[in-house]
Write a protein that binds this ligand. Structure first.
Ligand code: NAG
Ligand code: NAG
Ligand code: NAG
Ligand code: NAG
Length: 458
């Protein structure tokens, strides 16, 4: 690709920079002495993004990002596919979308998360007078729905690697337009009905809230208290992370606080919807990957298309398509491909800058003897940060000397989400002297889209 002036300047600055004065608020760290285990590319899950026609997107696109989770439930199909609240035929058409997406997921051994609320019909397109489970104390409609679904899951034999997500963003009135008490009754009822039907073969996840757990989140607290006393703790704790603030270490601490209060067990965490559309750019993706990997949480990329043709397509913001229907990767896709295909070896511990804007994910490959650090600033912040690479002697380098750093830029095309980008851009190699076992390099984030990677041999 042709470089813009900004990109060229970024490269020149990277190539010539000596270490800046370190300010903690702007310094992220890579600690090479902390082996945090083998990569499982935990961020490579999608919310929707998969067409309802199997193999419409060529397999290579899924394989190259290590696609491992899919979350879907037929959302936003038009009539006659609007879900259970519109009758059995409208449910069946929506279920066919679920079935197709399940087949795609299983083709790549990905786990499938079925969104109960979407198949029911609560997907933002429902009318304001839509019925809700348990209205006026009458559960017959909800029970009928679950009976039909349980029977369909059994007859289509789709219980392998299936997770049922009880409700999407239940604290948002657009998704659950009734009281939390009614929601909790629905939760307890559904949990036991699913367990009775499938045992633990089919997993259960929730509460998939829009907001993260924290001591001040009273909605989450009431949920945690209920599932503790009702003995209906899910197999995965789930919530969402989108738009601006927060970080996963503090959200995990919020969950742990409630676990302590109500004696809830540890479970896998799945941030089963992450990143707004503005955050679905290389800088944002590098940031989210770093966050998820730090706490060993799985994640599914948010999907920002509206309606079947856009919501169920483009691998949730990773692909574009020509007018003749040929898919191609965008700039963001290259981050996931590098993350999966290139960041081999073991993971090492990292810390975000204390303003939480710059974050990094890093691996050490002892076969090829290459260390790789992928980093990005959460979008809408620009400026200068530092990346501090510590304990270099722990991977066999001298504690002072010169390190040749190769830099890659992950750029977007002028059409940020749909413009084709076929590879990251090599920005050159520069020698940096270091001492005290640490090398600190500046990160010039001149736009709100670009991510970078440093590589060096040891
Ligand atoms: C919620 O339900 C009330 C009636 O109970 C209705 O007036 C309102 O429009 C509904 N809101 C949404 C977002 O559907
Ligand atoms: C859990 O809650 C559901 C819904 O209220 C109820 O039917 C069930 O009996 C409760 N189970 C326990 C063990 O409290
Ligand atoms: C990633 O790995 C592939 C296969 O080894 C290689 O061809 C490609 O150049 C690598 N990309 C980067 C950015 O290092
Ligand atoms: C990113 O920068 C562009 C160009 O300056 C701007 O139009 C866009 O709103 C910015 N996006 C965010 C998320 O700040």
């Amino acid at each position: 690709m042709r470089w813009t002036l900004t990109q060229a300047l970024a490269f020149l600055q990277l190539a010539s920079a000596s270490s800046l004065q370190t300010r903690d608020t702007v310094t992220a760290q890579v600690n090479f002495n902390q082996n945090t285990g083998w990569p499982q590319h935990l961020a490579s899950g999608l919310l929707y993004g998969v067409p309802d026609t199997v193999n419409q997107v060529p397999v290579q696109f899924f394989e190259d990002i290590g696609y491992n989770y899919e979350r879907a439930g037929g959302s936003q199909l038009p009539a006659p596919g609007r879900g259970w609240i519109f009758g059995v035929t409208e449910y069946q058409n929506r279920f066919n979308s679920v079935l197709s997406n399940y087949i795609t997921a299983r083709e790549f051994d990905a786990t499938f998360i079925l969104l109960l609320s979407d198949l029911w019909g609560a997907d933002l397109t429902q009318p304001s007078n839509a019925p809700w489970p348990g209205d006026n104390g009458d559960w017959s409609m909800w029970d009928g729905y679950l009976n039909q679904l349980i029977s369909d899951i059994k007859s289509h034999q789709i219980s392998t690697k299936l997770v049922i997500d009880i409700w999407n963003e239940p604290e948002a009135s657009a998704f659950w337009n009734r009281t939390q008490t009614q929601y909790l009754q629905m939760w307890g009822r559904t949990y036991y009905k699913l367990r009775n039907a499938f045992g633990t073969t089919v997993q259960i996840s929730g509460p998939s809230t829009a907001n993260a757990p924290s001591q001040s989140n009273s909605w989450f607290q009431a949920w945690a208290q209920f599932v503790g006393s009702n003995q209906s703790v899910p197999d995965q704790y789930t919530w969402h992370m989108e738009g601006g603030s927060g970080d996963l270490v503090s959200s995990q601490a919020g969950l742990d606080y409630f676990r302590g209060l109500y004696g809830l067990p540890a479970r896998l965490i799945n941030i089963n919807e992450y990143a707004t559309q503005n955050e679905q750019v290389p800088a944002g993706s590098a940031w989210f990957i770093s966050q998820l990997e730090r706490i060993n949480a799985n994640g599914c990329r948010g999907s920002w298309g509206w309606g079947e043709t856009n919501l169920h397509n483009y691998m949730s913001g990773l692909l574009g398509e020509t007018s003749t229907g040929t898919y191609y990767p965008n700039g963001d896709y290259q981050v996931y491909k590098y993350y999966y295909r290139n960041m081999t070896g073991y993971r090492v511990g990292t810390l975000p800058s204390s303003d939480l804007k710059l974050d990094a994910y890093a691996t050490v490959d002892t076969n090829s003897r290459v260390a790789r650090v992928l980093f990005g600033v959460r979008p809408s912040a620009t400026g200068t940060w530092n990346l501090q690479m510590n304990s270099l002697s722990s991977i066999g380098l001298p504690s002072s000397g010169t390190l040749n750093i190769r830099t890659w830029g992950f750029f977007v095309a002028s059409d940020v989400h749909f413009g084709e980008v076929d590879a990251p851009t090599y920005l050159g190699t520069a020698a940096h002297s270091y001492s005290g076992n640490t090398l600190t390099l500046p990160v010039f984030q001149n736009d709100n889209t670009t991510a970078f990677a440093f590589e060096f041999s040891f």
